[in-house]
Design a protein around this ligand. Sequence first.
Ligand SMILES: *Cc1c(COP(=O)(O)O)cnc(C)c1O
Length: 462
Amino acid sequence: MNHDDLKDWSKRAADWAHDYHMTLRDRPVRAPLVPGAVAAQLPPHPPEAAEPMEAIWADFERIVPGAMTHWQHPRFFAYFPANAAPASMLAEQVVNAIAAQAMLWQTSPAATEMEEVMVRWLAEALGLPGGFRGTIHDSASTATLAAVLTMRERALDWAGLRGGLAGQPRLRIYASDQTHSSIDKAVRVAGIGQENLVKIPTDSRHAMKPGALLGAIRADRAAGFLPAGVVICAGGTSIGAFDCPGDVLAIAKAEGLYTHVDAAWAGSAMICPEFRALWQGVEGADSIVFNPHKWLGAQFDCSVQFLADPVPQVRTLGLRPSYLETLEADEVTNFNEWTLPLGRRFRALKLWFLLRAHGLEGLRARIRNHVAWARDLAAEIARRPGVEIVTEPSLSLFTFALRDGDRATAALLERINADGRVYLTQTMHRGRFVIRVQVGQFDCTRDDVMCVLEVLDQMLAA
Ligand SMILES: *Cc1c(COP(=O)(O)O)cnc(C)c1O
């Protein structure tokens, strides 16, 4: 295959993509497959001879689309959305074609400067005060790891980078019991250790108890531990829990701890001023992560980390061997020093396309609809006998369960998903198996959302 072939096949792929998106509603949302079904269709050995693109494409069409769970399906209500607005897909096409590495300004001036400007645009769009800078990672897990490493090194006065952690005091990181598993993973791989992630209990509204945080920090200091940082939950994955950032940040600041806010999902909603009360005080944080690849419409991957002061993170992650020295090193941003990998994708272009193609007003309208429709759906479900809303909508996420108990609820979920018209997932909340519903797919309509009710009613009647 050469570039002339690519030109023709790209057109064919574009036609295929259009057809795929236009027929999504006719497909089951979740792949109706047993494990191993795809692998069984692939030859056990790689081909020695070149194969014609016709044959490769035919196999793709035969094997792949029917074996996917369709994340862009308008009735995908599972996990969180992974929206890919058409404008962001288009940007990704040209990024693929350019195929650059955005590690230094010199290796990718447009990518670097556009990344700086897009981070500023988004900080403003979310209502953050001027002064925040930041970078774009692949995922929130990576951004959180970067923040946890910065917490570690700042607390150790950057001694860990050279000497390792042996002989250092035991570090402590604090987070509520509602935070995402990416925080657990970050403390594990940062060498801090799971046992030193202190899970602070939450109140009846699922927010971290500030008094319990302060008590834990003081007890740890008395026991010889070194408190390093606090991770604040702004829209938890399980049920959409929010800490009160202002209260937590006041304690963290007074205790000299570094702070990171995980708003991976809910951050997108903050383009709507009416939701910002949920993370009131957030402007005092050192680091904030949110994923435009979730609710905002930027093709995966695209996770934005805002930094009040980039210096501690750059001091932690930056490393400049001589072959990366450039003449402009003192004047320009070299984003590899802000992030874990050296090579980096050009992710800012899809934000530029997306924000311009929809405008903030267009994106706000979608998010507002999703929140309103989730409330409508929850209100309807609450009226079904035998069914209970377990957690009320937090933005566009709520949970429900059958009064008959966990086994009945799990069986109901399996039947709903086997039907294929909608896709929901579960979580454990306060020891109870509950069904999650999140509304957030870019192209979903109110009818798509109400389809959950239609399917639920049929399952309850059966
Ligand atoms: C999705 C999510 C994450 C993990 O995001 P990735 O980008 O997949 O790493 C972390 N925290 C919260 C609250 C999330 O919703």
